[in-house]
Write a protein that binds this ligand. Structure first.
Ligand code: ATP
Length: 283
């Protein structure tokens, strides 16, 4: 029995963190959306055997229990006492440690896939709850599309489909560790933006207001350590994007455009400035 699941990258259209919980994890207030830059995760279940094996098409990803896809299979196997061998093959297209949630999306793909293969009949809410034990972005990745995400990542409120837009994704040649950036957050010094304006903009399918009210408070943290992230953001705006912003803890920056010709111009202009550039659409 096998199934292949698409695991799309996520972007943070809005990201704020008002405070840390006593366990040190941030409270999030985010708007996330899925884009059509995706990994493909093939999941095979062989009944009566044991173990989990992960294979990827990149040399620099762990294949053992450090892989979030492996953790997703293990948590379901243990929770539901399933005696089956799980083989996972990940075709990676999403840049790693980029702020695009690739690992979390692979984990969510395994949860969805095994839910079907093992006929567990879990709904999204139940899968998201299990996903939270793996990473804060997994609950969103279980739902996908566009959502308001709160708490430690466990509260996912689906939002309206976004107006059509083109998205230029630029990944500089540097890796940013999410736990490191989180450890550097000083909530009282951050300039917080108003998510309500952004939620209204999405509700009214108002593209111009979406561009105006996007925001990521962590640009202030990552940008201090890696000023090149902010330079790429400026370049994307200079080249004509309607808005540009860092995703997650970075270092990836994305620009949005209503016109495809403008988006293609930005992609061409970024060559030479940026290591990896993608032109994608919102799912
Ligand atoms: P975050 O969701 O924390 O913002 P990110 O998008 O910045 O993450 P990922 O690509 O998910 O980054 O990788 C973060 C870390 O997770 C890396 O150190 C990577 O080695 C590890 N990791 C584990 N499993 C995977 C996977 N399946 N794909 C990508 N990274 C993985």
């Amino acid at each position: 029995m096998e199934i292949t699941e698409k695991a799309p990258a996520k972007l943070n259209l809005f990201l704020d963190t008002p405070f840390n919980h006593p366990d040190g994890l941030p409270e999030w207030n985010m708007i996330m959306t899925s884009v059509d830059l995706a990994d493909y995760v093939k999941i095979e279940s062989i009944p009566g055997r044991t173990g989990i094996k992960v294979r990827t098409n990149t040399g620099f990803l762990p294949n053992d229990s450090r892989n979030l896809a492996y953790q997703a299979a293990r948590v379901l196997q243990e929770k539901y006492q399933i005696r089956a061998r799980v083989n996972i093959e990940i075709r990676k297209h999403i840049p790693v440690a980029a702020g695009l949630g690739g690992g979390s999306s692979d984990a969510a793909a395994v949860l969805r896939g095994l839910n079907q293969l093992w006929d567990l009949k879990l709904n999204n809410e139940e899968l998201a709850k299990i996903g939270l034990t793996i990473d804060s972005d997994v609950p969103f990745c279980v739902y996908g599309h566009t959502a308001h995400v709160l708490g430690k990542g466990e509260k996912v409120i689906p939002l309206k489909k976004l107006p059509p837009m083109w998205v230029v994704i630029a990944k500089p040649k540097l890796s940013v560790s999410t736990p490191h950036i989180i450890s550097k957050i000083e909530h009282q010094t951050l300039q917080h933006s108003n998510i309500k304006l952004m939620l209204d903009a999405i509700e009214h399918e108002d593209y111009d207001s979406i561009c105006r009210y996007m925001g990521n408070v962590l640009e202030q943290v990552t940008g201090k350590e890696h000023p090149e992230v902010l330079k790429i953001k400026d370049k994307i705006k200079q080249f004509g994007a309607d808005a540009a912003q860092m995703s997650g803890t970075g270092p990836t920056v994305f620009g949005i455009c209503s016109k495809s010709t403008r988006a293609k111009h930005i992609v061409n202009s970024l060559k030479g400035f940026c290591h990896e550039v993608y032109l994608v659409r919102i799912l």
